[in-house]
Structures are given as structure tokens and as C-alpha cells.
Design a binder for this molecule. Structure first.
Ligand code: DX5
Ligand code: ZN
Length: 217
């Protein structure tokens, strides 16, 4: 089943407990946490204090997407929060190999995110063999509610080919502008994990279960 990762960036921050409660019965759902530092991206979001409280209110896996400069500075202290997956941006790091080794010792799952203009060929095969997830940004990172960039489909397909060629099973996660209008073609291209912020949380009756079903088609 395709994993759906609702991004709480579009949730009601004054009622996060209720928002998480609403997602409780869902299967194959990760909670996507967009950590932004106001430097790598213009926006600022939340940090460990908020995540610690989220952890207390959900049994779903926590999927942290670090849109920060120097993600290596956060590897250790966030590891006490019970995150399942730690995704960093390839563009924000110089010593990729070193950071991946460090994260693998601290987290069950390690992800690498590629901005829309960063090609899949930038990651060498030997590192594809070590990571658990590749996040394809299908918008420029920083804000929810933007339009899907169609060029992401080709990258998803390329990653699917890389998985087949190297006989790997890393998650192909797609983040930005995902809705019921494009989910099927994104899945068909090879995505195994869809992040959706506004499509899930902006549903006027808070029928998140219905929105998640629509994404799976
Ligand atoms: C954007 C974030 C996304 C964002 C997606 O930089 O990484 O996770 O919440 O929001 P939608 O689904 O509204 O495009
Ligand atoms: Zn994200």
C-alpha cells in the first residue's frame, strides 16, 4: 500500500492533538514534519519541543524533513525524540557520506531530499545502497499549497529505474502539490510514499481518511 505522509505544516497548529487523533485509525501513514530554519528556506516552522509533544499524541511513524542548513548539527539532539525517518537536503550538505553514516547509527531510516533542480545523478550508486528514502521535491521547498512541478515525474521514474538496476527497495517519496488530481500518475511513475499537506488538512469537514483514500485511488 502506498504510504501517505500528511504534512502537519497545513494542520491547525492550535489543535494539533485533535488533528493527530483524526489520523489515528489510518494504516500506512507517516506524520511528515517539516523543520525549516529561515536560512535554507525562507520560512520557519518548529523544532524539538513541538515534536516531543507530537510524539506523545501519535503512534504513527514520525518522518522529519529537515529544510535547514547544517542538518548535521541536529542529528544527535533530535535523535532523542523518537523520529523514525530523518531526511536532509543534499544541497545543504558538503560531507554527505559522513552525515549518512552518522544518521544510520541514530535513526531507523535515513532519507535524502532533492530540490526540483537537483538531478538524481548527483547521488552516487554506493550511497543509494545506504539510504532508505529519496524525497523528490515537486515544489520549491518552504511553503505548503504550491503547484506540482511536472518535471518531478521524470525524476521519480529515474529513481524507479535506479532501484531496479541496483536491486534496492528505498522509498521514493514525493513532496509538494500532491492531490487526487496527480497522485495516480505519481504512483505510476514509481512513487511509494506521498506527502500531502494542504490536500489532507484543508478538507473542510476534516475528513482526512477520505482524502487519504482519494490519494491511493
Ligand atoms: C514544502 C514542504 C511540504 C509541504 C507540502 O516545502 O516540504 O511538506 O507541507 O505541502 P502541500 O502538500 O500543500 O504542497
Ligand atoms: Zn516536506
Amino acid at each position: 500500500m502506498t504510504i501517505i505522509s500528511p504534512s502537519i505544516l497545513s494542520a491547525n497548529f492550535m489543535q494539533l492533538g485533535a488533528e493527530l487523533e483524526n489520523l489515528k485509525p489510518e494504516k500506512d501513514v507517516w506524520i511528515h514534519l517539516d523543520v525549516m530554519d529561515g536560512h535554507f528556506v525562507p520560512n520557519l516552522t518548529f523544532g524539538p519541543t513541538v515534536i516531543k509533544n507530537i510524539k506523545k499524541h501519535t503512534e504513527h511513524k514520525l518522518d522529519a524533513h529537515f529544510m535547514v542548513n547544517n542538518p548535521e548539527d541536529h542529528a544527535l539532539w533530535f535523535s532523542e525524540l523518537g523520529l523514525y525517518n530523518f531526511t536532509f537536503h543534499w544541497e545543504a550538505v558538503t560531507h554527505h557520506d559522513s552525515l549518512i553514516q552518522k544518521l544510520k547509527a541514530l535513526y531507523p531510516s535515513v532519507g535524502v531530499s532533492l530540490n526540483p533542480s537537483t538531478p538524481t545523478t548527483i547521488i552516487p550508486d554506493y550511497l543509494y545502497k545506504q539510504i532508505n528514502l529519496v524525497l523528490v521535491m515537486s515544489v520549491n521547498p518552504g511553503f505548503g499549497g504550491q503547484s506540482f512541478i511536472e518535471g518531478a515525474l521524470e525524476k521519480i521514474h529515474e529513481l524507479d529505474q535506479i532501484k531496479k538496476r541496483l536491486n534496492l527497495d528505498f522509498e521514493i517519496q514525493v513532496d509538494g502539490g500532491v492531490s487526487d488530481k496527480n497522485a495516480q500518475k505519481i504512483i505510476k511513475a514509481g512513487a511509494t510514499n506521498l506527502v500531502a499537506g494542504s490536500f489532507v488538512f484543508n478538507e473542510p469537514n476534516s475528513n482526512y481518511s477520505g482524502q487519504i483514500k482519494k490519494l491511493r485511488g
